[in-house]
Design a binder for this molecule. Structure first.
Ligand code: ZN
Ligand code: ZN
Ligand code: FE
Length: 760
């Protein structure tokens, strides 16, 4: 008999609440090892004993065959004294709540559970709350740590003997699955429609019938309610648009399977992987034809997700029985930019008049979380919105430090709490100019602080004095630090990649408050040691009316055209503005000339807005970035001859778009199509930004470039600038774990504070 070897193995990462211990138990059983496994403060600890080769193979298995929803950050092995044990056991977690316990993110319905609930012989046939250790609600039902059933919104449900047996059996897929439930003992659905209520399978059947008839309903999902209707019924989509007062903004779709998605969209390998992942985000896919009610007018991409809860799966099964396998619109159950509704009273007070019926259930949502939105660009999956499925997974920081709260920015707000070397971003909170979102921020901050058990030593906020997020920060006790918006954007990339050395940050963005009081938005920033400075920027232009220029996109266009052509602009480009009422045009021109309510800006977002106006894509927008997204949607592969930009000299160089504006106006007046102008504009910006970045980096002796800011969600721009810089020998980094838009800015703010950056 070979000599017995015993090893102590410490596994760190996302290893709790994801079926890790039963998995380890099975691996140990396969190799006939003795010992034990348990959850503890640091992660999962294992002691395994057996023949040396078997123990070694077992240790290899732990990482190579890990459970789908787990993430392993480290496996530390140390020798232990053999004890001659005979069996392998799962032992109880030690005592109180572990200090560094990780709350897992919500997990989409797994293949095993889906199979069970679609099997008429299974006791969970079409049961809308089927789950196991590999799938189900997590973050959205957690009230406090440790992650155990009594501390979730499942506390009120007592497991039936059969469920309890599964829960207690180490070899069962539902061993310690905290939300475990079945039709006998678990939550149930309820449909409210026209003063009547329906429950169980009748509720699902009636919901399917109502949707098929073209009605709009509110459906309770994991982190909140959706508003749903058939996407192939133009009248239904139109009614939803009218009710939500969203004339054009794209709606996300849900389709029953990858095969169904393929009928409407092209899917790459990475996109398919994202669709079926346990995070199950909305994925932006290039569309084929659109034989239905235009969920995304003017856009080349559709936001699509697969059914990610058993309730969705049961509903699509009902729909399939009635012969429907097409897309449903599944958009956030909210009004405008308010927080997503999370319970029936919420739906009644805020969505009355929008939803004809509501399908709800009695497993309360504790933490709201909207759907996440992902897209593939420059060879990687990126996030446009980080919420359900990703939160509260941590981003690992390059170094540890005291706990910091970073409040983010006002648009697409998400905040960040750090604990040791980890950064926890909140779910997407939204636009903080909406008072309900400020409440949502405070509610979420309270929840997340409780779960993480941290008391931040410092509160970081944006430099903008009038931001609601800055006001929230100022009202909190303790030390404060204000961080410039674009420095934070750039540092969000550095934090993600653990960059320790100097780098050039290129932030292309909508708007952010600059250190000179101007509205910045296309910035080249040098980070060296612990200091940063601005090396260059887009040449300032006036923004008459301020933020309203993001919707009335002819305003930034007017400013740029006037700046490019000078006083004689009307003779050369006046025709472009023929659809703007003459009196309004004159008023705004006078505002610009007098510098009244016309902040100076270097905003790349407004430059894109202006070019979407000049190209003729649209005169005004009904949602932020509509013009630029439609402008990008016109591109079809090859770019055209770039519009020229001029570069000024000086300590801070200026990138002047005047030559590009002039040529684009000539193109438009010569009747060139918008697609041509779009192609020349994109080529011009890519060339100008890559050139300027290359020169700024070389001048400062930098080899690394970090790209961030909301404008880099433009796929063509991100890929073009990355490729050009890479070709010129630079290392190029861009956001993956957090959004490049303001949803990721809190990470950069936190890292700014922890590393102790300051202006040079
Ligand atoms: Zn499952
Ligand atoms: Zn049960
Ligand atoms: Fe920004």
């Amino acid at each position: 008999m070979p000599a017995l070897v015993r090893k102590k193995i410490l596994v760190k990462g996302v290893v709790q609440g994801v079926g890790f211990r039963p998995h380890v138990y099975k691996l140990a059983a396969e190799r006939r090892l003795a010992g034990w496994v348990k959850n503890d403060a640091a992660g999962v600890t294992i002691e395994a004993e057996g023949p040396g080769a078997a123990v070694a193979a077992f240790i290899k298995d732990i990482s190579s065959r890990r459970p789908a929803a787990s993430r392993i950050d480290s496996v530390a092995v140390s020798p232990a004294r053999a004890r001659g044990e005979k069996s392998f056991v799962i032992t109880k977690s030690g005592g109180k709540a572990p200090a560094a316990a990780i709350i897992p993110a919500d997990l989409a319905l797994c293949a095993d559970c889906r199979r069970e609930m679609l099997n008429p012989a299974d006791r969970r046939y079409l049961y809308p709350f089927t789950n196991c250790t590999n799938c189900g609600p997590r973050f959205t039902i957690v009230k406090s740590v440790p992650y155990d059933r009594p501390y979730t919104t499942m506390a009120g449900f007592k497991m039936c003997p059969e469920c309890l047996k599964e829960y207690k059996d180490p070899l069962d897929r539902r061993f310690h699955a905290q939300p475990n439930a079945c039709p006998v003992c678990g939550p149930a659905v309820k449909l409210s429609y026209g003063g009547k209520t329906f429950s169980g399978s009748a509720a699902l059947a009636k919901t399917a019938a109502l949707l098929l008839a073209g009605r709009i309903g509110a459906l309770q999902s994991l982190g909140g309610f959706h508003l749903a209707c058939r996407a192939d019924k133009p009248a239904a989509v139109k009614a939803l648009r009218a009710a939500k007062r969203r004339p054009h903004k794209p709606f996300a779709l849900m389709l029953p399977s990858l095969a169904a998605v393929e009928k409407y969209c092209f899917i790459s390998k990475a996109e398919a992987a994202a669709l079926v992942s346990s995070e199950a985000p909305v994925v932006m896919l290039r569309r084929r034809a659109t034989p239905f009610g235009e969920p995304a007018p003017g856009l080349a991409r559709l936001g699509v997700m697969l059914p990610y809860t058993p309730l969705h799966a049961a509903l699509f099964s009902e729909l399939a029985q009635k012969g429907f396998s097409g897309p449903l619109v599944m958009t956030s159950g909210n009004f405008r930019d308010e927080p997503i509704c999370k319970d029936v009273p919420d739906v009644k007070s805020r969505l009355a008049g929008v939803a004809a019926f509501s399908l709800s259930h009695d497993r309360p949502i504790h933490n709201r979380a909207d759907d996440s939105v992902a897209f593939e660009a420059a060879g990687a999956l990126r996030l446009a919105r980080r919420a359900r499925g990703y939160v509260p997974a941590a981003v690992r920081l390059p170094a540890a430090g005291p706990s910091v709260l970073a409040c983010g920015a006002d648009l697409k707000n998400a905040f960040c709490l750090t604990r040791g070397g980890e950064a926890f971003l909140s779910q997407h909170i939204g636009d903080l100019s909406e008072p309900l979102n400020q409440e949502f921020f405070k509610e979420t901050l309270g929840n997340l602080r409780g779960l993480l058990k941290v008391s931040p030593a410092l509160t970081v906020h944006d430099l903008h004095p009038d931001y609601a997020s800055s006001a929230i920060a100022r009202a909190l006790p303790g030390k404060k630090l204000a961080v410039q918006h674009h420095a934070a954007h750039a540092l969000s990339v550095a934090a993600e990649y653990g960059l320790k050395g100097p780098f050039l940050g290129v932030a292309l963005d909508g708007t952010g408050y600059g250190t000179d009081g101007a509205i910045w938005g296309a910035e080249f920033l040098v980070f060296k040691g612990k200091t940063w400075r601005r090396a260059g920027h887009l040449k300032y232009f006036g923004l008459p009316g301020g933020d309203i220029g993001a919707l009335e996109i002819w305003r930034p266009a007017l400013a740029l055209v006037k700046q490019a052509f000078g006083p004689g602009w009307r003779g050369k480009a006046g025709r472009l503005f023929c659809r703007v009422p003459a009196a309004k045009l004159l008023t705004v021109e006078r505002m610009l000339d007098a510098g009244l309510n016309s902040p100076r800006t270097s905003s790349m977002g407004r430059l894109f807005d202006a070019f979407s106006f000049i190209s003729g894509v649209r005169p005004e927008a009904t949602y932020e970035a509509q013009g630029p997204m439609e402008l990008e949607s016109l591109l079809s592969g090859r770019l055209a001859k770039p519009y020229p930009f001029a570069v000024g000299e000086g300590r801070e160089f200026e990138l002047d778009p005047a030559p590009a504006v002039k040529e684009s106006v000539l193109d438009r007046l010569a009747g060139r199509p918008a697609a041509h102008i779009s192609a020349r504009f994109h080529a011009g910006v890519i060339l100008a930004v890559a050139d300027a970045a290359g020169r700024a980096a070389r001048a400062a002796g930098l080899r690394a470039v970090c790209l961030s800011g909301g404008v880099f969600q433009n796929r063509v721009l991100l890929e073009g600038v990355s490729a050009a810089l890479f070709k010129n020998g630079f290392k190029v980094y861009s956001n993956r774990q957090v959004p490049a838009n303001d949803g990721g800015i809190a990470l950069g703010q936190a890292w700014y504070a922890l590393k102790g950056y300051r202006p040079a």
